[in-house]
Design a protein around this ligand. Structure first.
Ligand SMILES: Cc1cc2nc3c(=O)[nH]c(=O)nc-3n(C[C@H](O)[C@H](O)[C@H](O)COP(=O)(O)OP(=O)(O)OC[C@H]3O[C@@H](n4cnc5c(N)ncnc54)[C@H](O)[C@@H]3O)c2cc1C
Length: 453
């Protein structure tokens, strides 16, 4: 076995964002990596049943884009060649915050790309398939993991073809990137390991999405818009980004019973009644392509595998199988990519050990905590501002909300705060960088002004 190799075969369940990134991350360490997906994987950028969210706006924020580029050096180049739209984050995306207005347009020098979810995924899939020892297989639905009789070591995956034929693939490592994590939970139950605690925030979101041709007379001062709701009084929001093929994809959002309509008049009316008219004015004469797509997202859920006292050897869940983030904040694909990169780093560190797979999942759970915790605190916790939203509010909840409001105000007039806040929100830097005496002073000043208003 060559240096760095720690096993013969790794099997990844799911050829979504986490599974494909994970295949790239583990490829150096196994002779073969087999990725199984229950869907027939399309050869073009097209939605598919296993990823129903793929018809909706998906923003790959810079933190995830970098992680994917670390795993697949040609990812960005290929995404652009496939038609993705280069975007300068704070300069070309208009972020409208009720009560404050749009954040100033400032160029912080980093590019990201507007692309449909199917194109992002197809581009990652092509990268993974280019690795000589990775094979991505369609029409293979994982049914269960096989394990030693004591349930402490996973030995492979039983999968089923559409004609009912079943097979078992042996594996030294199984990565559960199935999005729901059902096979992992089933094994934990049947082997007596117990199920992980779940932290749940019942956001009750409703998305309706439509696609438009970008008109010739489209605004020139922005390429994408986020019109945030006036929370907690209202929840109507709109997010529109350019994607390949000269299109805008527009997702209208409501929560807690507020549902954006999925017919032309109602959809346009909802867009008109957002906090600003920016999106409505841009689309009111634009040609709509196709119909309306809906998605209901009841809750953000974080499965605390890290709190289990034991975990089967040879198994690692990843991506949405661990944590499903409120999609509005655009974090899920990026966290999945960052987790995959971390898994690759851990395998590299452990490759020289006598038993590299010993304690791998536990190390992964503990080291991925900051990767998950930072975006969770930036999304699930502010979601709790709606009093009807079920979920446990942290003891310092009011303080956190006030500090965030003060930071946003400071970002309006201070470019350094704006840059740092953006870097944290785009998962490029940890939230700790905002704990700085100079920033604290600015925040204090804003808090005093807010109290006086
Ligand atoms: C409406 C909506 C909008 C979103 N917008 C954004 C956004 O703007 N930015 C962002 O970063 N994230 C966004 N997300 C989150 C993002 O879609 C997920 O976080 C991301 O896809 C997670 O990747 P995953 O690989 O864990 O799961 P998925 O990408 O969902 O992939 C799971 C895969 O597993 C396969 N599978 C499932 N079960 C089996 C089985 N038994 N056997 C074989 N294969 C199986 C499925 O076919 C699928 O291919 C959004 C989510 C939603 C719901």
């Amino acid at each position: 076995m060559s240096a760095g190799r720690i096993g013969k075969q790794a099997v990844v369940i799911g050829a979504g964002m986490a599974g494909l990134a994970a295949a790239g991350a583990v490829a150096d360490h196994f002779e073969r990596v087999i990725v199984l997906d229950r869907d027939g994987l399309p050869n073009q950028a097209a939605p598919r049943p296993g990823v129903p969210q793929s018809r909706h706006l998906h923003v790959l924020i810079p933190g995830g884009q970098r992680a994917l580029t670390d795993l697949f050096p040609h990812f960005e180049r290929d995404l652009v060649n496939a038609g993705a739209v280069p975007l300068r984050m704070a300069a070309e995306i208009r972020v409208e915050i009720p009560g404050l207005g749009p954040l100033p347009s400032r160029d912080f020098g980093w590019l990201f790309y507007g692309a449909s979810r199917p194109l992002i995924e197809l581009t990652v899939r092509r990268q993974a398939e280019r690795l000589a020892n990775v094979k991505v297989r369609s029409w293979c639905r994982a049914i269960e993991f096989t394990a030693t009789p004591d349930g402490n070591t996973v030995t492979g995956v039983r999968w089923e073809a559409p004609d009912g034929r079943q097979e078992v693939l042996a594996a030294d490592l199984v990565v559960d990137a199935s999005g729901r994590g059902a096979p992992t939970l089933a094994l934990l139950r049947s082997s007596g390991h117990g199920e992980p605690d779940e932290v749940v925030v019942g956001v009750d979101l409703h998305y309706t999405t439509a696609t438009f041709v970008i008109p010739q007379d489209a605004p020139t001062n922005w390429k994408g818009v986020a019109t945030h709701p006036h929370a907690p009084e209202r929840s109507r929001a709109g997010y529109m980004m350019p994607v390949e093929g000269n299109r805008w994809i527009l997702t209208l959002m409501g929560r807690l019973g507020e549902r954006p309509p999925a017919e032309p008049d109602g959809f346009m009316d909802y867009a008109r009644r957002l906090e600003t008219q920016t999106i409505y004015n841009a689309i009111k004469h634009a040609e709509r392509l196709g119909g309306f797509e809906r998605f209901a997202y009841p809750a953000s859920v974080w499965r605390r595998f890290d709190r289990l006292s034991a975990f089967p050897r040879g198994l690692v869940p990843i991506g949405d199988s661990i944590c499903r983030f409120n999609p509005v904040y655009g974090q899920g694909m990026s966290v999945a990519a960052q987790e995959a990169r971390l898994l690759g780093q851990l395998l590299k560190q452990k490759a020289t050990k006598a038993d590299p797979l010993a304690g791998l999942a536990q190390a992964f759970f503990s080291e991925s905590l900051p990767v998950i915790e930072a975006p969770w605190n930036m999304s699930a916790v502010p979601d709790l501002v709606y009093p009807e939203t079920p979920g446990e509010r942290p003891a310092d909840f009011e303080q956190r909300l006030k500090r965030h409001g003060a930071l946003l105000r400071a970002a309006m007039h201070d470019a350094d705060v704006h840059r740092l806040l953006s870097e944290v929100q785009q998962l490029l830097k940890p939230p700790g960088v905002l704990q700085d005496p100079a920033i604290d002073r600015l925040v204090e000043r804003e808090l005093i002004q807010m109290a006086a208003e």
